[in-house]
Design a binder for this molecule. Structure first.
Ligand code: ADP
Length: 232
């Protein structure tokens, strides 16, 4: 039931983002359309008084504004889901995720203490949900008896967490499309195709990266890298 709930939330969050973008982009885009029509009309008379140059400057300004809105949107992916940043350790984050995961006992965490205790600053619920989805994928892809392993490495200001499974893996065609919104190979009703898409949005918003390596029939490694607070 929890999964149904998070799927509904994911869809809602995506809808909110899309609606917000459409709304904010409407004004600059209609200005651009009007000005472009004006430019077209005046081009015959050629730019004697510099008005065409002025219109083009206006088009550029409005385009910059659209750019800015899109940049802010990707930055705001976390906040749009309504959450403040919290400081947590890697261990606290993973404990929360694993305790709420069906089949959480199939996950082995192999993180040295100095990594487990590093501190992250992030929207806790949203991030936990994002990483939980990635681990859930790894479990679903794994045949019974095969564990999912979480390992990690860390340097001064960056943490990398590897989610490894020896499951079904992905063909190059599937690998190329994972993370596209709504791309799923699961049966209708059991996958939304938003898990990787939203996880990547959250991780990138935090200044991190999500990378996936996979080989058909051998397994998959998802690497989530996130900025961490420097050691005090
Ligand atoms: P969903 O799980 O709803 O399908 P995701 O965005 O989480 O959506 O995943 C998209 C697709 O990527 C899955 O349907 C599956 O084909 C593939 N995938 C993701 N993670 C894995 C994995 N660990 N092993 C094999 N395939 C995976």
């Amino acid at each position: 039931y929890q999964d149904e709930f998070t799927r509904a939330q994911k869809l809602e969050a995506l809808g909110t983002l899309a609606a917000g973008a459409a709304h904010e982009l409407a004004n600059p885009l209609s200005t651009i359309a009007v000005v472009a029509r004006e430019v077209e009309r005046r081009v015959e008379q050629i730019d004697k008084d510099g008005r065409i140059a002025k219109d083009i400057a206006l088009i550029r300004t409005e385009l910059d504004q659209c750019r800015g809105i899109l940049d802010r949107m990707s930055l705001d992916a976390g906040q749009a889901m309504g959450e403040e940043l919290t400081e947590v350790t890697v261990d606290e984050l993973l404990s929360e995720i694993l305790s709420s995961l069906r089949n959480g006992d199939r996950v082995r965490t192999r993180l040295p203490k100095q990594i487990a205790q590093r501190k992250l600053l992030l929207p806790f619920v949203v991030t936990a949900q994002a990483i939980r989805g990635l681990i859930q994928n790894a479990i679903s892809a794994s045949p019974d008896g095969h564990d999912v392993t979480i390992t990690g490495s860390c340097d001064h200001n960056r943490l990398s967490m590897n989610i490894d499974d020896q499951g079904e893996g992905m063909s190059p065609e599937v690998l190329a499309r994972v993370g596209d919104p709504f791309f799923t190979t699961k049966e209708p009703g059991s996958g939304t195709g938003l898990g990787v898409f939203l996880a990547r949005a959250v991780v990138e918003r935090l200044g991190g990266e999500l990378r996936i390596a996979s080989t058909k029939s051998l397994g998959t490694t998802v690497v989530v890298s996130l900025p961490v607070s420097p050691i005090e």
